[in-house]
Write a protein that binds this ligand. Structure first.
Ligand code: ATR
Length: 279
């Protein structure tokens, strides 16, 4: 019988995950399908119980349910528990186990053009859920420093205090981080600033950027934010949010099926979907 996989969120209509995973199921001859479900927060527990009862193989969880889902699962892995957010659930013989593939997805994507952050100086812009997943994941990779800058400085400080891993970190104001930008080897933009339709906005001044630095933006709509455009103008290497999106999906697919899927195929599929959606 066909196995059901799903994504739960609200809103969910924009999700590119169904097309991406259904393509992989058919490519690898797996008798399964993947459906989006719009679930209100007050119905989340019932939705999870329902998916368990009907024997769904697993599911993704997206905004606004990534933290709220945790009490409804049977087990949560260590990284997801420390981040306090789950985006992937595996149904292991009736036991629902939660994982977070957002941070590891970012790291795998980064590795395609930045092989190691060991000893590197890293700046994360933003202190929300995405920043938290990336920060806690990178903190385990032995960088020299991970500083956090955020519009609301106290949130950057709280994020640093919440990190369970040993890491040298300071909270910086946006102005201070901008002035010191040449100190960083890797700069990661995790806020919504510059996302369509606010195309002209930039989160930080890059005037002092070194061309040896790498700049990532987790936004993929547009594919090149103003922030990445300016970084490119300084000769820096850049990466947009496609890699993180594709790899978080690939790591989820691997947890469900044991197959690490063809990344290039996923990338092309997502770019094709975005073709009709960007800007
Ligand atoms: P996500 O889960 O996508 O990270 P989030 O948890 O709501 O979303 O976090 C949003 C992040 O974007 C925060 O760092 C937020 O800054 P504040 O903590 O100051 O709110 C940042 N952000 C959102 N809109 C912003 C804006 N217009 N300018 C600067 N930062 C912004």
């Amino acid at each position: 019988m066909k196995k059901l996989f799903a994504v739960l969120g609200d809103p969910i209509g924009h999700s590119m995950s169904p097309v991406m995973h259904n393509d992989l199921f058919s490519f690898y001859n797996i008798d399964a399908y993947y459906l989006p479900f719009k679930v209100k927060s007050e119905n989340l527990q019932d939705a999870v119980k329902g998916l368990k009862a009907i024997g769904a193989g697993g599911f993704n969880v997206t905004v606004p349910h990534k933290s709220k889902i945790i009490p409804f699962l049977d087990e949560v892995d260590e990284l997801a528990a420390s981040i306090g957010a789950v985006n992937t659930v595996v149904n292991d013989d009736g036991k629902l186990i939660g994982y977070n593939t957002d941070g590891p997805g970012f790291l795998s994507g980064l590795h395609t053009s930045f092989p190691s952050i060991d000893g590197k100086r890293v700046l994360i812009i933003g202190a929300g859920g995405a920043a938290r997943a990336i920060y806690f994941t990178l903190a385990k990779e032995r960088p020299a420093v991970i500083d956090i800058t955020n519009r609301t400085l106290e949130k950057a400080q709280s994020l640093i205090e919440a990190c369970p891993y040993t890491i040298s970190s300071a909270a910086k104001s946006i102005a201070e981080a901008g002035k010191q930008i040449e100190e960083y080897d890797l700069i990661i933009q995790t806020t919504m600033v510059g996302m369509s339709p606010r195309l002209d906005e930039k989160p930080l001044d890059l005037n002092n950027l070194r061309k040896e630095s790498m700049v990532c933006d987790i936004i993929y709509n547009p594919l090149t934010t103003q922030f990445l455009h300016v970084a490119n103008g300084h000769g820096a290497r850049t990466q947009n949010g496609i890699e993180m999106f594709v790899y978080q999906g690939a790591l989820a697919f691997e947890k469900w099926t044991g197959i690490l899927p063809d990344i290039q195929r996923m990338r092309e599929n997502v770019l094709k979907q975005l073709g009709g959606k960007t800007c």
